[in-house]
Design a protein around this ligand. Structure first.
Ligand code: AMP
Length: 215
């Protein structure tokens, strides 16, 4: 299965990707996670990306296209992959086509998770992640048993800097201007599948799996 999960920040791409990883035994390629790791490690790429990420803007196409092209050539992507958070611009989508063509691969599906803006803001402002194992929680919808601590490994939970409300509004604007046009792009290519991302997590998972199994 070679697929893209499309949708605004907070649509549930990461949550669904984690479940699809288990089901299909293929890797999740999250550009956001890769960039955050580069920022933490203070690599030259991380240092370049940090200011854009902190403000909710996009990192340059050149940087993300480079990391995804490299990642797709690794052995564990040979039987499939789930792209989460990439592509986010038309230029990235064109570059992905070129990379896949070089590798002799085709996309099977682009699944778009549809969620209203107010729900997205509520999901993102309450989102927390574990510093130890990166497991995700939500203060209202999926709270940990002990406030501020991970149920799995006990490490501290934290809020991403870009999940503050002002930055979230900027990320939404960026999504509508730069990423939403990809729905038309993949619709024309006959790859777009639309899913109601407002439903409970397990229901969304069922919808996504039903679509993918039918391909
Ligand atoms: P995410 O975790 O997918 O919400 O990504 C967090 C931040 O990383 C975004 O707000 C961007 O600044 C940056 N980022 C992640 N993926 C991309 C991408 N494909 N293109 C440009 N910037 C990205």
């Amino acid at each position: 299965m070679k697929m893209i999960l499309l949708g605004p920040p907070g649509a549930g791409k990461g949550t669904q990707a984690a479940r699809l990883v288990e089901y299909f035994a293929i890797p999740q390629i999250s550009t956001g996670d890769m960039l955050r790791a580069a920022v933490r490690a203070q690599t030259p790429m991380g240092l370049k990306a940090k200011a854009a990420m902190d403000s909710g803007a996009l990192v340059t196409d050149e940087i993300v296209i480079g990391i995804v092209s490299e990642r797709l050539q690794q052995e564990d992507c040979s039987s499939g992959f789930i792209l989460d958070g990439f592509p986010r611009t038309l230029a990235q989508a064109d570059a992905l086509n070129a990379t896949l063509l070089d590798l002799g691969k085709n996309l099977d599906a682009v699944v778009s998770l549809q969620v209203g803006t107010d729900v997205l803001v509520e999901r993102l402002t309450g989102r927390r992640a574990c510093r130890g194992c990166a497991r995700g929680f939500h203060v209202r919808f999926d709270p940990p048993a002990v406030e501020g601590a991970c149920d799995g490994c006990g490490a501290e939970l934290f809020q991403r800097d870009d999940d503050q409300e002002a930055t979230i509004r900027n990320r939404m604007d960026v999504y509508h201007k730069q990423t939403a046009p990809l729905e038309g792009y993949y619709g024309q290519a006959g790859l777009l599948k639309v899913v109601d991302g407002m439903a409970p997590i397990a229901d969304v998972q069922r919808q996504v799996l039903d679509i993918l199994k039918a391909i």
